[in-house]
Design a binder for this molecule. Structure first.
Ligand code: GDP
Ligand code: CA
Length: 318
C-alpha cells in the first residue's frame, strides 16, 4: 500500500506516473480540502476534482475542469448579474450538483468522493483529508483576510500575503481510512504540491502530522520548486512572502520533521549538502513531469528510495 499527500495539479501529474508502476487499488491519495468553496449553494472541491478528472484522462489543459466543456450555465447566471470569475463548466457543474445533493442527503464527503471517482472509472482510493470543514484563509499585506479562491482565482494570486491560517482545522479529524492508510503504507509520499496551501492544510490536521512524524523513515517528499521557481501558481512567491526560501532546500526545511527523504530536481543538485544538513536523505532526479514516462520514472525512483519495489508497467498510460 502506498499513501500520497496531494494538492491539485502537481499531485495529479505524479499520481498518473505512480499508477503506472503500482496497482491502482494499492494507492491512497489523501487530498487537501482547504481550497473547497461554496459556489451558488454548491460544494466545490477543486483538488479532489483535479485529481479525479486527471486520472480519468478528461482533465482540461488548464489544470482545472474538464476538457471540451460548454459554459451555458455560467452564461445563464450572468443574465442575473452573477460574477463570472470562478469558471464552472456544464459537465463539471454536474459533479458539484451530485456532490451537494449527496451531502444534503447526509452522505459524508469521503463517501461521495468514492462515488464520484468510481463513476469516473477510477479504482485508486481518493480520500479527502477530512470530512470536516477546513477553509484556507489568507491575510494580505494590507491586512485584509480573504478566502483561498478569492486569492487564487479572483485576484490571480497577485496580492502579497502576510499570513495563512486553516479555519476549522483544530477541530478537524482525518476522514475514515486516512490514518489506517498512513499506518499501513510501506511508503508515504508528499506529492510535488504547494507546500503552504496544498500540503500545509493536510499537515495541519493534527493526527495526520503525528503519524508522519512517527513514520518519518517511510516518508519521501518531492519538491514542487525547481530552480527556485514554481512551475505553476504562487508557491515560490508565497514561500518568500512568509519568510521561507523559494528553493528545494526551503521546501525541505518545511517538511524535514515529516519526511526523512527529499526528492529534488537535477537542476538543484547544488542544494544536496544543505538538505542533508537538515537531517534528510536527498535524492536527485528528473522531477519535471513534462513528458509521458517522466512521472513514471519519478515514481519508480521515489519508491526505490523508500525501499519499495515498483511493479513494471502496470498498464499503459490512458
Ligand atoms: P494546485 O492545487 O492545482 O494549485 O496544485 P498543487 O499544489 O498540486 O501544485 C502546484 C505546485 O505543483 C506548483 O508549486 C508546481 O511547481 C508543482 N508542480 C506542477 N507540476 C510539477 C512537475 O511536473 N514537477 C514538479 N516537481 N512540480 C510540479
Ligand atoms: Ca489546490
Amino acid at each position: 500500500m502506498i499513501a500520497v499527500l496531494c494538492g491539485g495539479v502537481g499531485a495529479a501529474r505524479f499520481l498518473l506516473g505512480l499508477r503506472g508502476v503500482v496497482e491502482e487499488q494499492a494507492i491512497t491519495a489523501i487530498v487537501n480540502t482547504g481550497d473547497d468553496l461554496d459556489w451558488n449553494t454548491l460544494r466545490v472541491c477543486p483538488d479532489l476534482d483535479t485529481i479525479t478528472y486527471t486520472l480519468s484522462g478528461r482533465n482540461a489543459s488548464t489544470g482545472w475542469g474538464l476538457e471540451g466543456e460548454s459554459w451555458n450555465a455560467l452564461a445563464g447566471l450572468e443574465r442575473f448579474g452573477a460574477e463570472r470569475w470562478f469558471g464552472i463548466g456544464d459537465t463539471d457543474l454536474a459533479t458539484h450538483l451530485f456532490r451537494s445533493q449527496a451531502l444534503a442527503d447526509g452522505t459524508v464527503l469521503h463517501e461521495v468522493t468514492k462515488q464520484i471517482s468510481s463513476a469516473f472509472g477510477i479504482s485508486m482510493n481518493i480520500v479527502p483529508m477530512t470530512n470536516d470543514s477546513v477553509r484556507t484563509r489568507l491575510t494580505t499585506v494590507d491586512g485584509e483576510e480573504i478566502d483561498f479562491q478569492e486569492y487564487f482565482v479572483h485576484r490571480r494570486h497577485e496580492v502579497a500575503v502576510r499570513s495563512i491560517r486553516f479555519d476549522g482545522v483544530d477541530h478537524a479529524t482525518p476522514a475514515p481510512g486516512v490514518i489506517e492508510a498512513l499506518e499501513r503504507s510501506e511508503a508515504i509520499i508528499i506529492a510535488p504540491s504547494n507546500p503552504l496551501v496544498s500540503i500545509g492544510p493536510i499537515l495541519a490536521v493534527r493526527p495526520i502530522a503525528e503519524v508522519l512524524e512517527r513514520r518519518r523513515d517511510h516518508v519521501a517528499a518531492i519538491s514542487p520548486i525547481i530552480g527556485g521557481r514554481a512551475l505553476k501558481g504562487p508557491a515560490d512567491r508565497l514561500l518568500v512572502e512568509l519568510g521561507h526560501r523559494s528553493s528545494a532546500a526551503g521546501v525541505a526545511a518545511l517538511l524535514a520533521r515529516f519526511a526523512r527523504t527529499m526528492i529534488i530536481d537535477e537542476l538543484d543538485r547544488g542544494e544536496v549538502g544543505e538538505i542533508e544538513g537538515l537531517g534528510m536523505r536527498c535524492v536527485v532526479t528528473r522531477t519535471l513531469m513534462d513528458e509521458p514516462g517522466v512521472a513514471r520514472d519519478l515514481a519508480r525512483t521515489v519508491l526505490d528510495a523508500l525501499g519499495v519495489t515498483a511493479v513494471d508497467e502496470v498498464k499503459p498510460d490512458r
